[in-house]
Design a protein around this ligand. Structure first.
Ligand code: PLP
Length: 462
C-alpha cells in the first residue's frame, strides 16, 4: 500500500482544489475545503485514503463495484487484451473477438430474446442510445410522430441531455436551462416508502393517463428502473413492472428497462426485471457490467426489434461512439461476469438481503428517527424522520441525512444521502462480496453515528 507524507498530501489537496472540477459535488464546499478524502487503494469492500485510513465502501463507490475492489484478474484481462489489440473500431461492420464473445455471453444472461447488443461507455449513453433507437424504429415503421418518451418522477437516467430530460429529479434538470423536447413524466409507482396513492389499485394510472392524453400514436416508449436507485431506492410493489409491460403491449409502445444499477447481481438476481419475469423491448446496462474497473455500457434489444430495423432500413445506422465495443472494456466485462457467475454473487446478494434487513430492524428498534427501511438483494435504504409515529419529516435545513453521512464517513463508512424533495434517505449498495460480519460492522457504525446525529438534533435514543 502506498504511503504519503504530509507534504505530498498537502500538494494533492491543493492541486485537486485548483484544477479538478468534481462531478455532482458542491463547488463552493470544494473551493472552501478541498476534496473530502483522496483514496489510493481498494481491496474487497474497503477503500484506503492517503492517510492510510480504511473505509467500508458501502455504496460500492457509485453502486457499481459489484465484485469488490482489487481484483487483479480484471487488470490482467485488460492488460492481455491491450497487449493483443488495444483498440479497433466496430464502425462499418468491422469487428473484433472480445466484443463478439461478450455479446454471446450477455445474450445467454439477458431474458427472452434480448439477444442483440449495442455498446457505449456508460449508463447515460446507453439510455440516450435507447431513446434514439426506439424513435428510429417507429420512424422506419412509418410513425415518425411516435417519439415521446415517458419516464417516472424520481427516476435517474443520467446526465447527457437526453438522459437528464428523462430523469425525474428536479435538481438535475435545473442544471440546464432547457430540456430536450418530447420527454414526459408520470408519477412513480406506489412503493414500500409510500409514494403515489397507497389506496389506488391501478399501479399505472398515471402512465396510462399520459398515454391517453397525448395519444398512443405519439408515444415511443416508457422507461423504468426496475428499482429506482438514485431516487432513493424505491422498490416497486409486485405487479408493477408486469402492469407497465401490459400497458405498453396494450397501446403498442416499447418498454425500456434501465438496469444500470440493478444489472449484474445487485438485487439478488442477474437483472432487476428477473424478479418479476418481465421482458422489456430494450434494456440499458452499465456500472456492474465491468464492476467499474473500466467504462462500459450496453443496450440490449430484442432480435425482433433488430430484425425489423434491418428489414425496413436500407441505410446506415447513424449512431456509434468511438469507444462502442472497446476491446479492453469488453475483455474486462467478460472476466467480471465470469467472477459474478463463479462466485454466485446474485445468490449471495439475495442471502445477504436478510442480514441487511436484520440490521435495519436493529436500527429501527434502537433509534427513534429511523423508519421505512427496505432492501432487495444488496441495495437498501432507510429514512430519517423527526417524528416517525406522526410521520413528521425533518426540515431540510436540519440536514439530518447529510449530517449522518458525514458522521459515518468520519467513522470509516461511505454511504449516500438522498435529500431532494425534503426526504432524508440513507442509501447503500455495498460490493456483492460483503459478508454477514461486515454488514454487522456497517450497522454498528450506523448506530454510533445515528446516536451522535440524534444528540445534535436534540433527540433521545430509546
Ligand atoms: N441509469 C441509472 C439507473 C443510474 O443509476 C445511472 C447512474 O447512476 C445512470 C443511468 C447514468 O449512468 P452513467 O453515470 O454511467 O452515465
Amino acid at each position: 500500500m502506498a504511503t504519503y507524507n504530509k507534504d505530498q498530501i498537502k500538494k494533492l489537496l491543493e492541486l485537486d482544489k485548483k484544477h479538478y472540477l468534481h462531478p455532482t459535488s458542491s463547488l463552493r464546499q470544494h473551493q472552501e475545503s478541498g476534496p473530502k478524502r483522496i483514496f489510493t487503494d481498494g481491496k474487497g469492500i474497503y477503500l484506503t485514503d492517503v492517510n492510510g485510513v480504511r473505509y467500508i465502501d458501502a455504496l460500492a463507490s457509485l453502486w457499481n463495484v459489484n465484485v469488490g475492489h482489487g481484483r487483479k484478474e480484471l487488470g490482467e484481462a485488460a492488460r492481455e487484451q491491450m497487449g493483443k489489440l488495444a483498440y479497433s473500431s466496430s464502425f462499418n461492420n468491422l469487428s473484433h473477438e472480445s466484443v463478439i464473445q461478450l455479446s454471446e455471453k450477455l445474450a445467454s444472461l439477458t431474458p427472452g430474446d434480448l439477444n442483440v447488443f449495442f455498446y457505449t461507455s456508460g449508463g447515460s449513453e446507453s439510455n440516450d442510445t435507447a431513446f434514439k433507437l426506439v424513435r428510429h424504429y417507429w420512424k422506419l415503421k412509418g410513425h415518425p410522430e411516435k417519439k415521446k418518451i415517458i419516464g417516472l418522477e424520481r427516476a435517474y437516467h443520467g446526465i447527457t441531455i437526453g438522459a437528464t430530460s428523462a430523469t425525474g429529479i428536479q435538481q438535475f434538470q435545473n442544471m440546464t436551462t432547457s430540456q430536450a423536447p418530447d420527454f414526459l413524466h408520470a408519477a412513480a409507482h406506489k412503493t414500500n416508502c409510500e409514494l403515489g396513492d397507497k389506496n389506488d389499485p391501478d399501479f399505472t394510472r398515471s402512465i396510462r393517463g399520459i398515454i391517453e392524453n397525448e395519444g398512443p400514436e405519439k408515444i415511443a416508449a416508457v422507461i423504468v428502473e426496475p428499482i429506482q436507485g438514485a431516487g432513493g431506492v424505491i422498490i416497486p410493489p409486485n405487479g408493477y413492472l408486469e402492469a407497465v409491460r401490459e400497458l405498453c403491449d396494450q397501446y403498442g409502445i416499447l418498454m425500456i428497462a434501465d438496469e444500470v444499477i440493478c444489472g449484474f447481481g445487485r438485487t439478488g438476481k442477474m437483472f432487476g426485471v428477473d424478479h418479476w419475469n418481465v421482458i422489456p423491448d430494450v434494456m440499458c446496462m452499465a456500472k456492474g457490467i465491468t464492476s467499474g474497473y473500466i467504462p462500459l455500457g450496453a443496450v440490449a434489444i430484442t432480435e425482433r426489434l433488430r430484425d425489423s430495423l434491418a428489414e425496413v432500413s436500407d441505410d446506415v445506422l447513424f449512431h456509434g461512439f468511438t469507444y462502442s465495443g472497446h476491446p479492453a472494456a469488453c475483455a474486462v466485462a467478460l472476466k467480471n461476469i465470469e467472477i459474478i457467475e463463479k462466485e454466485n454473487l446474485p445468490a449471495h446478494a439475495s442471502k445477504m438481503e436478510k442480514e441487511l434487513k436484520k440490521g435495519f430492524e436493529y436500527l429501527t428498534e434502537n433509534h427513534t428517527l429511523v423508519t421505512k427501511s427496505r432492501a432487495k438483494g444488496l441495495i437498501g435504504a432507510f429514512e430519517l424522520f423527526e417524528d416517525r409515529e406522526k410521520g413528521i419529516p425533518f426540515k431540510p435545513e436540519k440536514m439530518a441525512a447529510q449530517k449522518l453521512v458525514e458522521e459515518c464517513l468520519s467513522r470509516g463508512l461511505i454511504v449516500r444521502a438522498v435529500t431532494f424533495g425534503g426526504t432524508n434517505i440513507i442509501a447503500l449498495s455495498p460490493p456483492l462480496i460483503i459478508n454477514k460480519e461486515e454488514i454487522e460492522k456497517v450497522i454498528s457504525i450506523f448506530s454510533d453515528s445515528i446516536q451522535v446525529v440524534e444528540k445534535s438534533l436534540k433527540l433521545q435514543s430509546v
